[in-house]
Design a binder for this molecule. Structure first.
Ligand SMILES: Nc1ncnc2c1ncn2[C@@H]1O[C@H](COP(=O)(O)OP(=O)(O)OP(=O)(O)O)[C@@H](O)[C@H]1O
Ligand SMILES: [Mg+2]
Length: 454
């Protein structure tokens, strides 16, 4: 029940208000402004009904002091008819409404109800917007920036539905985590989440993997087997890497999705299944459709709600919180592991391009933790390509401090750029040269000059 504080020096008014409100509110009374302020210190109220004219501290002074509180309760002031101008003054000082004495019972009751409702709604709005503002995690997905916050909003919305979802994103962006989160926050969370990796299963076995088989259906079918579709009955079937599915299983899958029945291989009897479908791919499915490698009708079946996970390099603000989380996770299970990153190391992590996205970051931290001695992960503990990303600053500082001359600084920078390009193209010199905008012959000369080939 909402708590209402009545501040009035007249016993009669206090008691009649108590009688009037006691069914809907917990009513507390005070006979002076000071007593009212003390009562609020002891326990906050949801609403104050305040007499303006009292001996001692006036209602207006009470209001002024109240407004200094962090979240002052709304105030309805009581005023004699001839002092409406005081009521106006009270509104200026933060009162939310006023009632003239002698008050009409029903009018007062309605004002009390509206004020309390308004306050409850305001609180709810504040709570919800805080939650949206601060949500930096959804399931096991971590994301602090605006890009991931948008994703979280979508995930939250689709989780509450039964819609078929297609999760897209580069390798290592968290597609599987997103799929699990949709399941875990949805109406089917009590049932199973059954993943199938369409890339890992040979085409000949795919059908039996998805739909199961009866004993003796084919040479190796010694036992009857329940397929993933049936296992996911009542729950969620996660079709990972769906872009890798061969044409024949694509046709079978489409039928199962359209008719919501499956047939075990060698079985013949159609079995009704109710599985929510979440699919994921890092391929450009539209391009696959155009190239005739992915069925268009299947594409439309699964492309109901697309969710796009942004690449890590498009949300660099997430690098630091992710890196710190992975480091802390490690420290939980191990003793004597580093607990923080050096400035140079963090700078390099934030600058790196992360072609392997969050997975690459996770692996880099894992490796660094085993290499680092002391309580700090340093630049040298990170993999080479990342170190190079962080070295520009280091070179510049060395130059500014007069430790290294210009020639040497430029040479080292050039070496880093050459190594980056060569790594990126697996040391294919023709492509690396093209990437650098120089001829292959020029690249060769530079490789020799810097002795990079050794
Ligand atoms: N936002 C994130 N917060 C925390 N961990 C993440 C996040 N994104 C990815 N990861 C971690 O990175 C790794 C890769 O994630 P996941 O397997 O979900 O990616 P994926 O998109 O399915 O990759 P692939 O396309 O290679 O299958 C996992 O170890 C996962 O825990
Ligand atoms: Mg995956």
């Amino acid at each position: 029940m909402p708590r209402v504080l009545v501040v009035d020096d007249e016993t009669g008014v206090r008691e009649s208000l108590r009688m009037l409100l006691k069914d809907d509110c917990e009513v507390v009374t005070a006979d002076s402004a000071d007593a009212g302020l003390r009562a609020l210190e002891e326990m906050p109220a949801d609403l104050v009904i305040l007499d303006l004219v009292m001996p001692g501290k006036s209602g207006l002074d009470f209001l002024a002091e109240l407004q200094e509180q962090l979240e002052p309760p709304p105030v309805i002031v009581l005023t004699a008819t001839k002092t409406v101008s005081t009521a106006v003054e009270a509104m200026k000082r933060g009162a939310s409404d006023y009632v003239t004495k002698p008050f009409e019972v029903e009018a007062l009751r309605i004002k009390v109800r509206h004020t309390l409702e308004y306050r409850a709604l305001r609180r709810e709005v504040v709570r919800l917007s805080d939650e949206l503002e601060e949500r930096s995690q959804f399931g096991d997905l971590i994301g602090h920036g605006a890009a991931m916050r948008d994703v979280f909003r979508t995930l939250e919305r689709v989780a509450q539905s039964e819609a078929t979802v297609l999760v897209r994103g580069e390798s290592g962006t968290g597609k599987e985590l997103a799929a699990r989160a949709i399941h875990d926050f949805g109406p089917r969370s009590g049932a199973r989440f059954v993943p199938v990796n369409c890339a890992a299963i040979p085409e000949t076995l795919m059908e039996s993997e998805l739909f199961g088989h009866e004993r003796g259906a084919f040479t190796d079918a010694h036992e009857r087997r329940i397929g993933k579709f049936e296992q996911a009955n009542g729950g969620t079937l996660f079709l990972d890497e769906i872009g890798e599915l061969a044409p024949a299983p694509q046709a079978k899958l489409l039928r199962a999705l359209q008719e919501r029945v499956v047939e075990r291989v060698g079985g013949g009897q159609p079995i009704a299944v109710d599985a929510r479908i979440i699919a994921a791919t890092n391929r450009d499915l539209e391009e696959e459709v155009r190239a005739g490698r992915f069925r268009e009708d299947l594409y439309y079946r699964i492309h109901v709600v697309p969710v796009e996970l942004p690449a890590l390099r498009e949300r660099r603000e997430d690098v630091r919180p992710l890196a710190e989380t992975f480091l802390a996770r490690h420290a939980e299970d191990n003793t004597n592991t580093p607990t923080r990153f050096s400035r140079a190391a963090m700078g390099a992590l934030e600058r790196h391009d992360w072609p392997g996205n969050v997975r690459e970051l996770e692996n880099a931290i894992e490796r660094a933790v085993t290499l680092a001695d002391g309580e700090c992960v340093d630049l040298a503990d990170l993999p080479d390509p990342i170190v190079r990303a962080g070295r520009t600053d280091e070179l510049r500082n060395g130059l500014q401090r007069g430790e290294v001359g210009l020639e040497e600084t430029v040479a080292r920078f050039e070496q880093d750029l050459l190594r980056d390009a060569l790594d990126r193209y697996d040391w294919n010199q023709t492509r690396a040269a093209a990437g650098l905008g120089i001829t292959r012959r020029q690249l060769k000369l530079k490789i020799d000059k810097h002795k990079l080939g050794d």
